[in-house]
Write a protein that binds this ligand. Structure first.
Ligand code: CA
Length: 229
């Protein structure tokens, strides 16, 4: 299993150079040329580490870092230019794990990546698995498990479950769930969510998950909770 790196840099030549170097060292890389795209990729693929340029089009590196930190502590190494000294310090304050000043050699960056991985104790893949009680969700494989047994879910059911397990105990209204799974193109009815929720509950019960349940919050929506906690 190789580490998945997200490389965010708008200078295409530099980005390609970084990606090629890490690929040659056995990493898997995905790349983004602006902040918006970086966040989309980060949410979808949950890389093991993010190499993040500070000055980016659409959303700055600082904004991207802030959004990532609102959800979890994926290791982030910032790329900064000399003129961005203040941003650099700010980046560390905002939760970047390290930074490297341009120009740098790929070997230097690679050493930083290894050091951060060691420090944050990351091992490939383990951060892509979220769990609550006996329920486990593997983001990369888009699969859910109970005690090692695969629970067969539709794409929509998986996406709903993912919203819940990323935010345990948080209540989501039907509309919020619809918006999150369909984005702008949503044309469904809020009540269709009830059907998906019922199917999810049935499948979780069939998989003998009885410590983690989707609860109805009357008049509001649904939440995923671990019983007795
Ligand atoms: Ca830049």
């Amino acid at each position: 299993m190789s580490y998945l790196l997200l490389v965010v840099e708008d200078e295409e030549q530099l980005r390609k150079m970084i990606c090629e170097h890490f690929t040659s060292e056995g990493y898997t890389t995905i790349e983004a040329g602006n902040g918006e795209q970086a966040l989309v990729l980060w949410k979808e693929q949950r890389p093991d580490l993010v190499i993040l340029d500070v000055m980016l089009p659409t959303r700055s590196g600082m904004e991207v870092l802030k959004e990532i930190r609102m959800v979890d502590n994926t290791p982030v190494i910032m790329l900064t230019a000399r003129v961005e000294e203040i941003d650099k310090l700010l980046g560390l304050e905002m939760g970047a794990d390290d930074y490297i000043t341009k120009p740098f050699s790929p070997r230097e960056l690679s050493a930083r990546v290894k050091a951060v991985m060691r420090r944050t104790n990351s091992s490939p893949n383990d951060r892509h698995v979220l769990s609550l009680g006996s329920l486990k969700v593997d983001i990369h494989r888009m699969e859910a498990y109970s005690n090692g047994h695969l629970i067969s879910l539709t794409g929509t059911e998986f996406r709903i479950l993912l919203i819940f397990i990323e935010n345990p105990g948080q209540v989501f209204s039907r509309l919020q769930i619809l918006e999150r799974i369909y984005g702008d193109i949503y044309e469904g009815y809020e009540r269709t969510i009830d059907t998906h929720i019922n199917n999810l509950r049935r499948k979780m019960e069939a998989a003998f998950i009885n410590d983690t349940v989707i609860k109805t919050v009357y008049g509001v929506g649904y939440k995923l909770v671990e019983e007795g906690k």
